[in-house]
Design a protein around this ligand. Structure first.
Ligand code: HEC
Ligand code: HEC
Length: 284
């Protein structure tokens, strides 16, 4: 008997009023803070018995025994915000609180459009959730991914997006560097690699000019490959240059390096170019 009421409170998936839904009181963590503040949630409950149950529940939630998954502390929010602003590539394409690119949907309001489940799924594996979407998968520790998903899902009440069948890639098809560049890179670097894509002006650091022969001739192919593979951050460059290594194949990244070479009409430094017959093992 005692157990049935707390259980009901723990899963208020169908809140009694629209107000509780809007204030986000549909998760235990929020229910706890709403209870503590004596807000709308309280109004829907009556009687000393309920108050006692709520008090016990609030203590359990505050102690982290229950609802640790759902609650996002002020510290958690601050951390998520800071990661998005300076460590992750997300704002290269997405806008949040006025900062960031405009080519992808706003992250300020994503919770109004999408469900928490959808947000978590697209961050975990964009291509799987939405095949063909021009969003690369960013590898990060599970705890970071969960924090970002929960932060973006605050007040989530939006809809699922129906899964669509993957278009699939032709077997053995040669990667088309120009098409890959147009899809994945042009929003920042510009169609012709002049650093003038539509999102360029929202970036804190200007995107590289891939058409600039003098600049690109100083870069070995390997270093272009490495930045494309791992993103800007590991190399002390802007975190808004995304990592594509978890999304594109080695062949596709090589095709993109070749595409950059085409745009600059240049080669890397002589020392970095492979010489025929100079394979390491045969050197004497
Ligand atoms: C290269 C650009 C790019 C980067 C970088 C990027 N995204 Fe996206 N993202 C997109 C695009 C494009 C979509 C639109 C999907 C669609 O067509 O509905 C999207 C969709 C989303 C959505 C769903 C939005 C909605 O309203 O449906 C979320 C949430 C999201 N991205 C989060 C992130 C997070 C978090 C990161 C960083 C880890 C990130 N994205 C990095 C391009 C990007
Ligand atoms: C969200 C914007 C954005 C997207 C999308 C993007 N880049 Fe970048 N890229 C940048 C920024 C910003 C820099 C500059 C980083 C710095 O100098 O600190 C950069 C730098 C680079 C560099 C380093 C160049 C150098 O000077 O050594 C390479 C290579 C590169 N990008 C390739 C690509 C490729 C290829 C794609 C597509 C697969 C791509 N980028 C997509 C923003 C972006």
């Amino acid at each position: 008997m005692r157990l049935t009421i707390p259980n009901k409170l723990l899963r208020p998936r169908a809140p009694s009023t629209a107000d509780t839904a809007r204030s986000g009181a549909d998760t235990p963590g929020r229910a706890a803070s709403a209870a503590a503040k004596g807000g709308h949630f309280a109004a829907s409950l009556h009687g000393a018995y309920y108050r006692a149950v709520r008090l016990i529940l609030a203590i359990l939630l505050a102690s982290g025994t229950l609802g640790a998954q759902q609650a996002l502390t002020q510290f958690g929010e601050a951390k998520a915000r800071s990661l998005l602003q300076s460590q992750l590539p997300c704002l290269g394409c997405h806008e949040m609180d006025g900062d960031g690119g405009r080519s992808a949907p706003s992250l300020t309001t994503v919770g109004e459009r999408r469900s928490a489940g959808y947000i978590a799924a697209i961050i975990a594996d964009p291509q799987r959730r939405l095949p063909g979407v021009a969003m690369p998968r960013h590898e990060m520790p599970g705890s970071t991914r969960e924090l970002i998903a929960r932060f973006l899902s605050l007040n989530a009440r939006g809809a699922e997006v129906p899964a669509v069948a993957s278009p699939g890639q032709a077997e053995g098809a040669r990667p088309d560097g120009a098409a890959l560049y147009a899809k994945w890179c042009a929003s920042c670097h510009g169609e012709t690699g002049r650093g003038d894509g539509p999102d360029a002006r929202y970036l804190p650091v200007a995107p590289a000019h891939h058409a600039d022969a003098a600049a690109m001739a100083a870069r070995p192919d390997d270093s272009l490959y490495d930045v494309i593979y791992a993103g800007g951050l590991p190399w002390g460059r802007s975190a808004r240059m995304p990592a594509f290594g978890a999304t594109l194949s080695a062949g596709e990244i090589r095709a993109l390096v070749a595409r950059i070479r085409g745009l600059c009409a240049c080669e890397g430094p002589a020392w970095s170019r492979a010489r025929p017959g100079a394979a390491g093992t045969e050197r004497r």
